[in-house]
Design a protein around this ligand. Structure first.
Ligand SMILES: [Zn+2]
Length: 521
């Protein structure tokens, strides 16, 4: 393993941000055996004989914490975590949106890892499997309700029996004991959407006394945003009284005008004793499956692509529906095809359905149905968000940076990412720096997430804390990834350290130290 530094080294003369939002100061920092051994004003420490990295002209911050990551299994396939480490991320919190494969063995994992023996049946054995892969970043995981429900009830659209509910509670409790950072839900997805509020509240009860949050991708982020938020607050109140709203947004044109009411509701929840925080990626396009463009009843057809493949009549029906006024749910000119498993579609990636339709000489609706027929899941970016609202969310001091993306390699061997996978942190930093200043921006990329998820001794530069660090140039720290070239590395990162070891340098981005750990909470 690449590890060019001694166990004790110093970073001297950098402008140091502590991660708590305090004004920065020039300081020297000494790392010994993975921890911050000393942190003192520049020039106070005697560094004679200590291996020294010059931080002059650069800024030093705690390694960034991705408050919303989907690296659960991707980190096993791409443990070098190129997309994350290259923007200064040293810890990711996975198990989001109700999906936490880490708590249960997935049958196909062995094939996905190309013959390598990786398997697990609970979070503790997932942690062992993860460490064996030597990930470049640290991973903490939530326990996801979609996964729990899938394990106990498959994809059935009905309430659980008392015995099934008990079984889900038991698996959740075991996961929490094994270090899960909280309970997540994705009530917008199958099978999470089949759960009612009381099912969620019964599960959230397992969080009582743990201080761990209920983390939710809410039932809807669009027209019924306020009802979903009320539901989320109610569920969190049955748990530890802590709510983390995933990728907070006003997700449809109708919801754009609801932002004030949403913030009032959150204020009211807080006054009633529920501590509410959120995460957000700094982009106006979301990333999810193409079928979300359809809405009911099509979004509930589990094998939609097979149905379409077998019946020209069904395909025509869907084309006709999509061409009716009021459809689709997202305009075709704001629907970008981000990824496809079919090589013949490579030339379409990064283009809108309108652009693809033009190239093929067919209507955008037909282009849409073509993709829905070809594959079960077509990764798509939908532009349904509002720029002014995004700016307001990013200015809130309780909103952490979360990429909502998995770890990707530089190449496209694991598919093509949303540009947020490679660019969220520099983009968040520059946006929040403009409205709130750099120290506040860094706090929301570091200690805020550590506090939300109770990550021990991370997210702050303090003696005795783990030496997860990023040395970077504030001015040139800028994202370069877009939908056409989504795997483009950001600028301005000098070096990244994970658990006191060098993990990445901007001089040679391919070189990687893989010293991440599983973080038990
Ligand atoms: Zn989500």
């Amino acid at each position: 393993m690449w590890n060019p530094l001694p166990d004790t080294f110093a970073i001297s003369g950098a402008l140091v941000y502590d991660g708590l939002g305090n004004p920065p100061a020039p300081m020297d920092l000494v790392v010994t055996d993975g921890r911050i051994a000393s942190l003192r004003p520049d020039g106070e420490l005697n560094l004679t004989g200590v291996y020294r990295i010059s931080g002059t002209g650069l800024s030093l911050a705690p390694g960034f914490i991705d408050a919303h990551s989907h690296s659960d299994t991707e980190i096993l396939r791409a443990p070098q975590a190129d997309s994350k480490i290259s923007q200064g991320v040293t810890t990711e919190v996975t198990g989001q949106c109700g999906f936490s494969p880490g708590i249960a063995m997935r049958k196909n994992e062995r094939e996905n890892l190309k013959g390598e023996e990786v398997g697990w049946d609970d979070l503790a054995s997932y942690a062992v499997a993860l460490k064996r892969r030597e990930p470049a970043v640290n991973i903490a995981s939530l326990c996801g309700h979609n996964t729990l429900r899938q394990m106990v009830m498959k994809s059935e659209d009905r309430p659980p029996t008392p015995a099934e509910l008990r079984r889900m509670q038991e698996i959740l409790q075991l996961s929490l004991r094994q270090g899960a950072a909280g309970l997540s839900s994705g009530l917008w997805y199958i099978p999470g959407k089949y759960a009612d509020t009381s099912e969620m509240a019964e599960l959230a009860k397992m969080l009582q006394g743990t201080g761990k949050p209920y983390v939710t991708h809410m039932r809807t982020e669009g027209d019924n945003l306020l009802e979903s938020t009320r539901e989320a607050i109610r569920i969190a109140a049955s748990g530890a009284g802590r709510l983390q709203i995933s990728h907070i947004k006003t997700g449809s044109p109708k919801a754009w005008g609801l932002i004030d009411a949403l913030l009032d509701l959150i204020g009211e929840g807080a006054r009633n004793g529920v501590q509410i925080t959120a995460d957000r990626y700094p982009y106006l396009y979301s990333g999810t499956g193409l079928r979300m463009i359809l809405g009911p009843p099509y979004d509930r057809v589990a094998n939609l692509h097979q149905v379409l493949r077998e019946s020209a009549e069904e395909r025509e029906k869907l084309v006709a529906l999509l061409e009716t006024p009021g459809w689709p749910l997202v305009p075709f000119d704001r629907t970008i095809i981000s990824n496809s498993g079919l090589p013949e579609n490579a030339g379409f990636l990064g283009l809108t359905l309108v652009e693809i339709g033009k190239r093929l000489g067919i209507s955008p609706a037909r282009a849409c149905v073509k993709f829905l027929t070809e594959e079960a899941y077509v990764y798509t970016a939908f532009g349904r968000m509002n720029a002014a609202n995004l700016e307001r969310f990013l200015a809130l001091d309780w909103v952490a940076c979360g990429s909502d993306a998995a770890a990707y390699p530089f190449d496209f061997s694991q598919g093509r990412a949303h540009p947020r996978a490679f660019g969220s942190f520099p983009r968040f930093f520059q946006a929040v720096k403009k409205s709130c200043g750099p120290a506040a921006a860094i706090r929301r990329m570091t200690s805020l997430a550590a506090a939300i998820y109770n990550l021990p001794k991370r997210g702050v530069l303090r003696e005795g804390y783990h030496a997860d660090l990023v040395l970077f140039n504030e001015d040139t720290f800028v994202d370069r990834a877009d939908f056409v070239n989504p795997h483009t590395i950001c600028e301005g990162v000098h070096s990244v350290f994970v658990n006191g070891k060098l993990a990445f340098t901007g001089d040679d981005p391919e070189k990687r130290g893989r010293h991440g750990d599983f973080l038990r909470v």
